[in-house]
Ligand binder design. Sequence first.
Ligand SMILES: Nc1ncnc2c1ncn2[C@@H]1O[C@H](COP(=O)(O)OP(=O)(O)OP(=O)(O)O)[C@@H](O)[C@H]1O
Length: 358
Amino acid sequence: MAKITLEKMKHSYMPSPKGPQDYALKEIDVDWEDGGAYALLGPSGCGKSTLLNIISGLLVPSIGKVKFDGRDVTHLSPDQRNIAQVFQFPVIYDTMTVRQNLSFPLRNRGVDESTIATRVQAIAEMLEVTDMLDRRASGLSPDNKQKISMGRGLVRDDVNVVMFDEPLTVIDPHLKWKLRSKLKELHQRVKATMIYVTHDQTEALTFADQVVVMQDGEVVQIGTPVELFERPAHTFVGHFIGSPGMNVLPAELREGGAFFQGQNVTLEGAVDSAASGRIEIGIRPEFVSLGDTGIAAQVRKVADVGRHLVVEAMAGDHKIAAIMNGPAPLQGETVHLQFKPAQTRVYANGWIATGAAS
Ligand SMILES: Nc1ncnc2c1ncn2[C@@H]1O[C@H](COP(=O)(O)OP(=O)(O)OP(=O)(O)O)[C@@H](O)[C@H]1O
C-alpha cells in the first residue's frame, strides 16, 4: 500500500484553457495517507471521475504530479501503477466460477496456488460468499456479482490503492446498508489505502475515516465525518452534508458582531478581521431551538421523520429549518428561534470566518 500525493494538480479537457472556468480540476493538493479509508464526495460534475482517472493513470493531468510513496508516477500507465478498481457495474467473467473470478487477479500476477487458495478463502469469508465459490458467475444476482467484483478488487494484498467508483449503484436499496458496513469492516481488516467515490453523503460518511469534499473542480474540505458535520469550512459542505443541510442566512457585520435582520446573533467566537464580501451566518438545524425570545419566524411546515421533527419556519423571506423533539409547533404559528452560540458561525464569501469556541 502507498501514500498517494496529488501535487499542484490541474486538469482541463480543453486544448488551450484560458481561465479557471476551463479547468475540470482547479489546483488540487491532497495527500492520501497509507492505509487510510477515504471518500471522495461531491455532486455530479464536480470532478470526481477526473480525479480518480488521474490517480489510476487513465488520464495525465494538464499540470502537476501524482506520486505514490514519493515516487512520481504521473506518466505511468494503469498497469504500471499496481492498483485495483471496483466500478459501478460488476466486472466479472460470467463463464468462470466465483472461485476462478476471485483467483484471477492473483493468478495473473503469478502468485503460487497455495497462496491463491488461502487468499480467496479469506476474501470469500469476509464477503460471506463461501457457499457460492463453485457456482458459475453467470447465475448470480446483480448484488452478488458486485460483491464478487469487490472481492476481485480486494483479493491482492500488494496493490498501492483500491479505488471504488460508486460501487453500490446496482445494489438493491435494502442491501446497500449491509454492503456499506461490510466495506468499512473490510477496510479495517485488510488495511489497504482505499478511495471511495460517491455523491451520496450516507455512503461517504459510513465508509470513510476522512472525507474529501469537492465542488466545482476544487477540494473544499477534508475532514472526519464529525468535523464536516460540526464545523463545515464552507457553506457548500454545510449544505451538502446533513439532512436538512445547514441554514445559511444573509448577515451584516457591525461592531465586531453579526446581525441577521437587525438582530445581533451570538457566535462561536470572534469574526476574522479580514472577513468581507458576502457575509452569511451558518447554523445547523440540529442547533436551532424554540424559545420565548429570539428570531421571530412563522412555521410553514412540520414533518415528523420518526426520530425527530423537522420544523421549517420563515423569518421574513428566509427559510430556517430546526430539528427538535417534543411538542410540535402549529403550522402558521409565530415562534421564536434560538441558535446555539457554540454552533453559530460566520462565513465570508462561503468560507468560515469565525474562530472556534475555546
Ligand atoms: N472526456 C471529457 N471531455 C470533456 N469534458 C469532460 C470529460 N469528462 C468530464 N468532463 C467535464 O469535466 C467536469 C468534471 O466531470 P467529472 O466526470 O470528473 O465529474 P464527476 O464528479 O465524476 O461527475 P459524475 O458523478 O456525473 O461522473 C464536468 O464539467 C464534465 O462535463
